[in-house]
Design a protein around this ligand. Structure first.
Ligand code: GDD
Ligand code: MN
Length: 245
């Protein structure tokens, strides 16, 4: 495909946080490799496993043998330390000038990545956020309870924080690396609220945000780590942000 000389210098570091994703990892990695090869962009995949008891790390090691250690980087941690800090940990090892953050359970399809990249180039955006709540975006496979939680979290956050983006809690995003670093420096939250804080801070710092509609498909294998505890800490985090921004 046609990618100009500037695009050839760009490199995209994909951060994949995993906790018990043994069954999902081979397919997500295969799809990532496929779409990057087809579009011709330079990339690396950084897997941040938090000591998954299901053997995710062993699967990741196999994948590294298949695709090469320049394409698949393993940056595991001893134990489950939370999604937000997993991204920060992964980011420190990223060699690309762009960083893509996504879930490893196939809820975020790699086919959207070329659209993220094109959108970023279109407006030289500092960050591009996938959105389930605009255009052709949507959610598939969630029960009513989960839909209400997500809608509720977004609605509350919209009202309290007015961040000027349509999907605050989604975690399929592309950042300029230096932008991600400067946002992370200012971020205080560690769990699921991290995504929302990032976009609120982006707005405060006058970073530009592009949006790409995505479909979020609920996982087939394994289970969500979003439990009651995460919801309580989300609401706490939201209120803290409201009080401090
Ligand atoms: N390393 C690491 N450590 N990875 C984790 C941890 C952790 O403590 N907790 C979750 N993950 C990984 C999972 O393995 C998966 O790849 C990804 O993070 C998302 O976790 P899920 O448990 O599948 O999240 P979800 O589907 O309930 O939530 C999704 O939607 C939320 C609301 O829109 C995610 O995209 C969330 O980030 C999002 O806020
Ligand atoms: Mn999921």
């Amino acid at each position: 495909q046609n990618v100009g000389p500037r695009a050839r210098r760009d490199k995209y570091s994909v951060l994949l946080p995993t906790y018990n994703e043994r069954e999902n990892l081979p397919l997500i990695v295969w799809l990532l490799v496929k779409y990057f090869n087809e579009s011709g962009y330079n990339y690396e995949i950084i897997i941040i496993d938090d000591g998954s008891p299901d053997g995710t790390l062993e699967v990741a090691e196999q994948l590294q043998k298949i695709y090469g250690s320049n394409k698949i980087l393993l940056r595991p941690r001893e134990k489950k330390l939370g999604l937000g800090t997993a991204y920060i940990h992964g980011m420190k090892h990223a060699s690309g000038n762009f960083v893509i953050i996504m879930d490893a359970d196939l809820s975020h399809h790699p086919k959207f990545i070329p659209e993220f990249i094109e959108k970023q180039k279109e407006g030289d955006y500092d960050l591009v956020s996938g959105t389930r709540y605009r255009g052709n975006g949507g959610v598939y496979g969630w029960d009513l309870r989960r839909k209400l939680i997500s809608r509720g979290a977004n609605f509350l956050s919209q009202v309290l924080l007015r961040p000027g983006a349509s999907d605050l809690t989604g975690s399929f995003r592309l950042y300029k690396k230096h932008v991600l670093e400067s946002l992370v420096e200012r971020c205080v939250s560690k769990g699921y609220v991290f995504q929302m804080e990032m976009i609120v801070r982006a707005r405060q710092l006058n970073y530009t945000v592009g949006e790409v509609p995505i479909s979020f498909v609920d996982r087939v294998y394994g289970e969500s780590k979003l439990g009651g505890n995460e919801i309580v800490s989300f609401v706490k985090g939201l209120l803290t942000l409201f009080a401090t921004t």
